[in-house]
Design a protein around this ligand. Structure first.
Ligand SMILES: NC(=O)c1ccc[n+]([C@@H]2O[C@H](COP(=O)([O-])OP(=O)(O)OC[C@H]3O[C@@H](n4cnc5c(N)ncnc54)[C@H](OP(=O)(O)O)[C@@H]3O)[C@@H](O)[C@H]2O)c1
Length: 263
């Protein structure tokens, strides 16, 4: 499988590193086109892939073309690669760019739209994706092997779930980072050295996440197991309820969803 990346920045670079480390492709299978000389130099040095500054040339031989530029650069990029052959697959990770916008902008109908999140950078991403009707089973398999290298992938039939995924798993790492940051500060506030608070919080978040996944129980059931009658946890939970923790989180995700539909 030959892959062309248009944009070798944070996400493009991370995808390339994942694909190479999981041996989905070799450096010879990848070409990266990027306007930034420093990005081209660093990705070539680090990954040994071919780099170019010409998008049109880069897509020529590719089976899969990954669009990994910022949304404001997309239009210009699409206008520059209208030389696509019908069997070439476009995989866009550009936030807010719908299948319809991509089909019309590229005058091409074989498109995969994916919404990855930041932990893709360490191969622990959540990637939700969908395709146009013209994408064959074999091409879907190709996209799945690429996206699966970045973490956990989930195919959805209906594109509307991608806007929802943007608000939940796309923006989600920011919510979790804030939660972790504040918990560490809380540990420091009650007297723990910051390094100890950090270790305690990180393992607590990892352990709790894995418990929800592995034990197959509803989170509320697990929470009730760790909440002794009249104990310390219930005191803390009372304060979270008083502060509107649930409704604030529900409203935050709803606001992100509303914004993602209007991007
Ligand atoms: N970062 C995330 O966590 C995340 C999560 C989900 C989705 N996404 C999506 O991923 C996409 C890429 O984000 P990113 O954070 O990787 O951006 P980025 O780091 O800015 O990378 C984009 C790269 O493309 C280059 N570029 C700009 N115009 C170009 C052109 N016409 N032709 C070829 N290359 C061009 C940029 O060069 P310059 O820097 O010189 O402009 C930059 O090196 C975005 O659309 C974003 O919505 C990102």
């Amino acid at each position: 499988m030959r892959i062309a990346f248009i944009g070798g920045g944070t996400m493009g670079g991370a995808m390339i590193r994942c694909l190479l480390s999981k041996k989905i492709v070799t450096p010879e299978d990848i070409v990266v086109s990027d306007v930034s000389q420093s990005r081209r130099d660093s990705i070539k040095r680090e990954c040994g892939v071919k780099v170019l500054v010409n998008n049109k040339k880069a897509v020529k031989e590719a089976d899969l073309v990954v669009l990994a530029v910022k949304p404001q650069e997309l239009l210009q990029v699409m206008e520059g690669i209208t030389n696509l052959a019908p069997q070439q697959v476009i995989l866009s990770i550009v936030a807010g760019a719908s299948l319809d916008v991509l089909c019309r902008g590229l005058n091409h109908h074989c498109i995969v739209r994916a919404m990855p999140n930041m932990p893709v950078q360490i191969g622990e991403g959540m990637i939700v994706w969908t395709v146009t009707n013209d994408v064959s089973q074999e091409q879907k398999g190709m996209a799945q092997s690429v996206l699966g290298a970045l973490g956990e992938e989930l195919y959805v039939e209906d594109e509307k779930y991608l806007d929802m995924a943007t608000a939940l798993s796309g923006s989600g790492p920011a919510y979790v980072f804030l939660f972790i940051e504040v918990l560490i500060d809380a540990g420091v506030h009650i007297g723990l050295p910051r390094s100890i608070a950090r270790k305690l919080v990180i393992q607590t978040v990892i352990g709790s996440s894995v418990a929800v996944r592995e034990m197959g129980k509803h989170p509320a059931e697990l929470r009730s197991v760790v909440t002794s009658p009249g104990g310390t946890t219930t005191e803390a939970l009372l304060q979270l309820e008083r502060g509107g923790f649930r409704s604030v989180l529900l409203e935050a995700v709803t606001a992100a969803y509303s914004k993602s539909k209007h991007l």
